[in-house]
Structure formats: structure tokens, C-alpha cells
Design a protein around this ligand. Sequence first.
Ligand code: ASP
Ligand code: MG
Length: 463
Amino acid sequence: MVVMKFGGTSVGNAESIRRVIEIVSASRSRSPFVVVSAVSGVTDALLAAAKKALGRNVSVREIVSGIQDRHSSIIKELGLDSDLVSGELAELEHVLFGISLVRELTARTADYVASFGERMSAKIIAAYARKSGLGAQAFNACDLGMVTDGNFGAAEILPGTYEMIAAAVKKIPPATIPIVTGFIGKTSDGEITTLGRGGSDYTAAIYGVALNSEEIQIWTDVDGVMTADPKIIPDARTVDVVSFEEASELAYFGAKVLHPKTIVPAMNKGIPVRVLNTFNPSGKGTLILKTVGKSDRSDVTAITCKNNIYVININSARMLLAFGFLHHVFKLFDEFRVPVDLIATSEVNVSVTVERKFDVSELVERLKEFADVAVLSGRASISVVGNGIRSTPGIGGRIFSTLGKRGINVEMTSQSYADVNESVVIREERLDEAVQALHDEFFGTSAKASRAVKQQVAATKLE
Ligand code: ASP
Ligand code: MG
């Protein structure tokens, strides 16, 4: 059995849904278990609708109409029954009307509203699959054992959820292809919950584990993990295999293929997760495994970057030979809920990077009470990621000399003991050029040639 999850853009219009069904159909012999997201943009639209319903003198009818039109046109284009989701739309209208009456929106009600996206997309996709000759049926995950706690907006599964899923799925006739709602679950009291934004990947991982699937496929709109952002590096390639640790670093530092947290259950159980492109289904995609052997892989797996970051430099002679200084610093980051990306320290200095979307003005004022603080904007970080980084001599040297040769100054650098990530901070305006240079260094033709020589030498030694 294989779990196949299709994201919002993969089910974003009639044409994409046709592709999805072709892909599912081609995997028929592997017993697909399909998990779907809402039509792209619909979850946002639903949550916006719920907020709008809070206003005075609003017309709920009007609020629903955009969402209704979006689905009606897909249904029409696919030649399906025009009443297919009218039950869901009527229920949605009722809930929104309720919100507009009491003028209160709780996290619980927001989850209820958000659930309609997946409930409608699953129905549409299953109906189209049936029309295409597949024995498919739509299921609400709530009816297939997806029981969660009551932490609305970010619900977690319960210890018994896996067994409940397995038992519920067993009752589905074997020839049926289930088309299941991602993102949503329910409490044991029957209240609808959501697993957090982007939660359909998590749904796929949970079903994959519960059903002991051979593989979990995440079908999206990119070819997988790339050696660099293809918008910057047109000749970036897809990486065949990455370790979970590499995938996590890449996701955090810019390559947003999937949220690594969502596939933890699959990794713990040793189920491979493959990222594939609905719009290029013959591509191999990227396989994510818990661990990846060194074997013939290059030392560097991919290069990722983040622009729009601040460097906050904190300097204090009080740090010299003292303890507890870092505690004071990071307590404030905690208090202002500002996440830190990279850290570098020396005896009287701590530098951290922070995404520019966070307002650090008050935090900086407080830091200034006990240190000299400089905030540098217009910076970007580049992360060179690969399992080989912690064990291969010379990678740092290659990064520095590649940038140095071009006169690109490295203002900060960070690599911890067990890291698979070596990061540098540079000025934002040199970012594209720097990434290109590093990509040439690690993945260009000369890099390939030197790798071939290395392999040749290794082979000769073996003989
Ligand atoms: N539809 C949900 C969202 O937009 C879940 C998902 O797409 O994974 O967050
Ligand atoms: Mg999504």
C-alpha cells in the first residue's frame, strides 16, 4: 500500500485534478490510499470568511459566494453533479451565520469552518475518480479513526489513534481507493479539529504509519529538494535522496518543500517519504530517509538561503569570564518570542540572525540595558547542507575561498559540532552571485570532475 498526498496546488483546478487521477490510476497496483488538501487558497478564504462574519451587517451569502464559485466551476469543468458539495456549502453558510449572530469566533469554530475545504475537495476528487472508472470513495478522516486532542488549530493525535485508524480502514472494501481529507480530525467528543496549517502532510504521515505503508508520497508543485533555489540557479538539479536531518535543515533555512515535523512519525517507523511533482510526474522526486549512507554521495547535498534577515550583534565586556550572560540574552528573545536562526559567539560578543518579519525594536532596547547592540539589516544567510559536512575536511575552506575570490565578505559564520549545515552571513545584494558561485563550486562541472577523480582513486585503492 502507498499513501499518496496531493497538496493544494495539485488539486487547485479541474486540469490539475485530472492529472491527480491519472497519477493515482497509474499506481493502482500499489493500492493507493489518497490524502488531499483543500483546493489551493480555500483554507485561507474560509478563515477570512469566518473573520468577516464577525463584522456588523454582513451578508453571509456574499461571504460564501467566492468559495462557492471556486468549487462550482471545478465541478462544472469536470462534468460532475452540480449539487455535489451543496450540503457542505449549506452547512458552511449556517456556521458563518452562527458566527455573525453571536459575533464570536473561537478556535474551535475556526477549525470547524476550515474543515470544509478538505471535505469539499475530497468529495470532488473522489467523484471525478469514479467518473474516470476508478472505484474511489471520499472519506472524512474523522470517520477513519483520526482522533485528536482538543488543541484546536494545532491538534495532536492520541496514543490510540493509530489502532483506531487501522481498525476503521480495515472495513473499507479492498477494491476501493479511499480519498481522504487531510488536515482535519476530531476529538473523542466528536468536535472537528485541525492539525495546523499545512497539516495534510502530517495526515499522510499518520495514515502511512498506522497502515504500515511501503512509502508515503507527497505530491506537490516542485520536483523535490533541489541543489539550490531554481529561481536563482536555473541549472539546479533535483537531489535523489536526503536524510531527515538534511531535509530539516534545508526546510528551516529556506527550501520549503515540506515541514519536517510532519514526517517525524514516518521517519521513526522507517517509512520512506518521497516528494514528487504532480506537474512532472515522470520525475524521480526526492526520497527522504531517516539516515543516508555516505557511499557515493557528494559531501554537499544542497545550498539554501534566506534573505531579509537581521544580524543582531551583542557586545559586552561583562561577558568576559562571566557566566550567565547568554542566559540573560536569550531570556529576552524568549520573552519577546523572537526565534533565533544562527548564533556565533566569542569571548565578548554574541551575534545572532533573526528574520526581518520579527519586530526586534523593544528587544534591542532591553538588550541595550546591559550590552552594546548593533542591528545590521540587509543581510542574507546561505546554508551549505550535507551529511558529509561534519566529517569532510575542507568544506569550510572551499566556501570561504569561493566567496573570497569574488570579494564577497563573510560577516558571520556558524557550524556546530554535529552539524550537517555550514552557514555564512553576507550582504543581501551579493546573495544571488554568492549562491551561484557556491553552486558552481560544489555542483558544477569542475566539482563533478574532481568527484570522479576521487572515486577513481578510491576504486584504485580497493583493487
Ligand atoms: N489546507 C490546509 C492548509 O492550507 C492543509 C494543507 O494544505 O496541508 O493549511
Ligand atoms: Mg498545503
